[in-house]
Design a protein around this ligand. Structure first.
Ligand SMILES: O=C(O)C(=O)C[C@@H](O)[C@H](O)[C@H](O)COP(=O)(O)O
Length: 361
């Protein structure tokens, strides 16, 4: 069987990440190899992913009584208390026990919700991430799992590392451009915060998503996941450098919430947040970062990087005060001292109002 592309050390265990074209069709073999003594499997996915892959995945299981699939409606709205409770009910009805394994097959929404179900079911059982989108290369690694609250994104959740991440890049080739943009924003983010060479390579190699072949895709995924894995290994519970992974997310999450979840994809909102944070970085550090060439590649890829005009500044600030990096109502932003070097900085409300005014209504 495959040698893992990467291994991530967590406080609970070390888990393998396997990036391998076609691996989804042998999912059961990987489960047997990497997870001892599973009593039952509860596969969580969404309706879109189910229509593409569920049949072939289920048929890799020799005993159909040991596996139950649970299908969510696709979209960010499914990261809700209501869907969480329904999934827990279905898991109880299927009689999952503490030796059972949850398998989250899908994008970020399925991975976050599936992981959260696993982290709370009987106080925590094992789970496997099977990402099917580019965005999920980020969310499937690091064990941040959770659901949204109407007042804020990912406000209910926990840290619960997966036991295995099984990534089949073939699934990405059929993604529409909007989904590519959603995930590619997180790839670019990894370059901005920690790896300038990677950022340069990415923006030289990729100026259209159509040109990404399997070899390029696999290299991009592994290099991007490496950045993430290194950070979460050092700071699993975000008491320090893990916050850097939130670059672009302070404003990005506020925009997603204000617009209504699902109007923009997560990555599209984060891309707007990154441009804002880059400008703020130049102002804060009184320096030129020369980030324009990177943003112009992003624009070529179809990103709209300006803040949507119909948003209200006060509401955005209110949402940013609820961000998990804020303390005592003070907003903290991940900024860049240089491209590839992130830091967390307290930003005064007046500065944010000044930067946002004129850019939104
Ligand atoms: O893994 C992390 O840590 C991240 O912040 C990665 C983000 O790209 C991801 O969107 C994460 O889910 C955001 O977490 P949150 O704590 O800001 O809700």
């Amino acid at each position: 069987m495959d040698v893992p592309s990467l291994q991530v050390k967590s406080s609970k265990h070390t888990y393998p990440i396997i990036v391998r074209p076609g691996c989804r069709t042998s999912l059961y073999d990987y489960l047997v190899q990497y997870l001892d003594g599973a009593s039952r499997y509860f596969l969580i996915t969404d309706d879109q992913v189910a229509s593409l892959y569920l049949e072939e995945i289920e048929s890799s299981f020799p005993n159909s009584e040991k596996i139950k699939s649970y299908i969510l409606p696709s979209g960010e709205q499914s990261k809700s208390m209501n869907q969480y409770e329904k999934a827990i009910t279905a898991a109880l009805e299927f009689k999952l026990d503490r030796k059972s394994v949850i398998i989250a097959v899908g994008g970020g929404v399925v991975g976050d919700l599936g992981g959260f179900v696993a982290s709370t079911y009987m106080r925590g059982i094992r789970y496997v991430q099977v990402p099917t989108t580019l965005l999920a290369h980020d969310s499937s690694v690091g064990g941040k799992v959770g659901i949204n609250h109407p007042l804020g994104k990912n406000m209910i959740g926990s840290f619960h590392p997966p036991s295995l991440v099984l990534y089949d890049p073939e699934c990405l080739l059929s993604l529409p451009p909007k989904e590519w943009r959603s995930g590619f924003a997180e790839v670019i983010k990894h370059g901005f915060i920690a790896d300038r060479e990677f950022l340069k390579w990415l923006t030289e190699e990729i100026s259209s998503f159509d040109q990404v072949d399997m070899a390029l895709l696999t290299e991009m995924l592994i290099r991007s996941i490496k950045v993430k894995a290194k950070i979460v290994q050092e700071d699993e519970q975000e008491s320090g450098i893990r916050a850097f992974l939130n670059f672009g997310h302070t404003l990005g999450h506020a925009i997603e919430g204000e617009m209504g979840y699902g109007k923009l994809t997560h990555g599209e909102a984060v891309a707007i947040g990154m441009k804002f944070a880059l400008r703020l970085s130049e102002r804060y550090f009184q320096t030129k970062l020369d980030y324009e060439p990177y943003l112009s590649v992003m624009e070529k890829l179809g990103y709209e990087l300006d803040i949507p005009h119909n948003l209200n500044v006060e509401q955005l600030i209110h949402r940013m005060k609820l961000d998990k990096k804020s303390y005592n109502q003070v907003i903290n932003f991940v900024l860049l001292e240089q491209i590839g070097k992130a830091t967390l900085v307290e930003i005064k409300e007046e500065i944010l109002i000044d930067e946002l005014t004129g850019k939104v209504g």
